[in-house]
Design a protein around this ligand. Structure first.
Ligand code: SF4
Ligand code: ZN
Length: 350
């Protein structure tokens, strides 16, 4: 970690990490007195580059330890789209785990077939993997389902594209992670994403889905257990971390993201955080307190092999097979599902 650089947070709308003040008017780091690169509004701390990087890394380390006890020999798959969150998750996990002998990290990327967006993000994901010597595996909708998001766009009906894409992405990631022998599948879901998901499911009255939100506490037959290393790291903390570290990051917006319901919840959560710093943590803490009761009320369904593809299913065809059938039959009935956050293709919600 070297000298402090001036950070410009383009379009920052996260009240937790306002843009750094201009040179000469900088606040001092609350811990060491050096120039601060950020002010963490929910804690009231000004932090310099070194202390900010350490702050994020410690949060991730603690959260991973809280979510899972790693076995001595383990393979951890990380879903890496090339966006800032998945890149930060990959690189911090690599920093934390590289000293652990017997732990293998692999990176997975899903190619949904979105021209003008996914090919460049795949290259960014590959660059990050190459920089730290992590195996990179790619799985595509085309090879898995014989379709692409671009080619199926006329068949979505009233549903948002993310409804289809999200289910198919989860299916691909689980299958590839299992094939690679992964014990865990880490995603780049951050604090903002998680708070949005909790509120979305409450507002929809989808209590069952709420009970199933990750991180997963147990492995289930055929399903690779998911963890969320960035669960306590905000959107812009992740952005600032990637920027200060100089990681290559893909910034483009998915052309299909505009229709996602998640965008409204994103704005709502930011507005609440602006009015009352720390709201996102309050949403997570409330959810974590309610979660055991929700899980007791809605225990996970018994899983069997999907009658179409053999992947885990709660009965008959799995969700992915049902959606692929709809897309191929051209019956784009409205389907219930999660919209995804604006501009990010790496959200795996439950
Ligand atoms: Fe898929 Fe994400 Fe694009 Fe939605 S925003 S269509 S989930 S890549
Ligand atoms: Zn299936």
């Amino acid at each position: 970690m070297g000298k402090t650089r001036k950070i410009k947070i383009a379009g920052s709308d996260d009240p937790a990490v306002p843009p750094a003040p201009a040179a000469g008017s900088r606040s001092a780091c609350s811990l060491c007195g050096r120039p601060a690169v950020t002010f963490i509004r929910y804690s009231g701390a000004h932090l310099c580059e070194d202390h900010f990087l350490g702050f994020v890394r410690r949060k991730v380390t603690r959260e991973v330890r809280r979510q899972v006890r790693l076995p001595d020999q383990s393979t951890i798959a990380v879903a890496v789209s090339g966006g800032k969150d998945s890149v930060v998750a990959l690189r911090i996990l690599h920093d934390i785990l590289s000293a652990r002998r017997g732990t293998r990290l692999v990176a997975l990327t899903v190619d949904e077939g979105i021209s003008g967006y996914r090919p460049s993000s795949l290259r960014v994901a590959a660059r990050n993997c190459k920089a730290i010597g992590v195996e990179h595996h790619i799985i595509s909708f085309c090879e898995m389902f014989g379709l692409t998001m671009d080619r199926s766009r006329k068949r979505w009906g009233d549903s948002t594209p993310c409804t289809y894409c999200g289910v198919l992405r989860r299916h691909c990631l689980n299958k590839l992670a299992r094939k690679l022998g992964a014990d865990l599948l880490a995603t780049g879901l951050n604090l903002d994403d998680t708070a949005q998901s909790i509120l979305m499911n409450i507002c929809r009255g989808d209590v069952e889905r709420l009970a199933r939100l990750g991180p997963h506490e147990k492995a289930r037959e055929g399903l690779v257990r998911r963890i969320q290393p960035l669960r306590l790291v905000s959107d812009k903390e992740s952005f600032l971390y990637a920027t200060l570290k100089g990681y290559p990051v893909h910034h483009s917006v998915c052309p299909y993201a505009g229709a996602a319901m998640r965008n409204r919840f994103r704005d709502m959560v930011l507005e609440l955080e602006r009015a009352s710093p720390g709201t996102r943590f309050c949403i997570l803490n409330s959810y974590d307190a309610l979660r055991p009761g929700l899980q007791a009320r809605y225990p996970p369904a018994d899983l069997a092999g999907c009658s179409g593809c053999g992947e885990p299913s709660a009965g008959g065809l799995c969700e992915a097979c049902k959606l692929v059938k709809r897309l191929k039959d051209g019956t784009g009935d409205r389907v219930q599902g999660t919209g995804r956050k604006r501009g990010t293709g790496d959200r795996v919600q439950d």
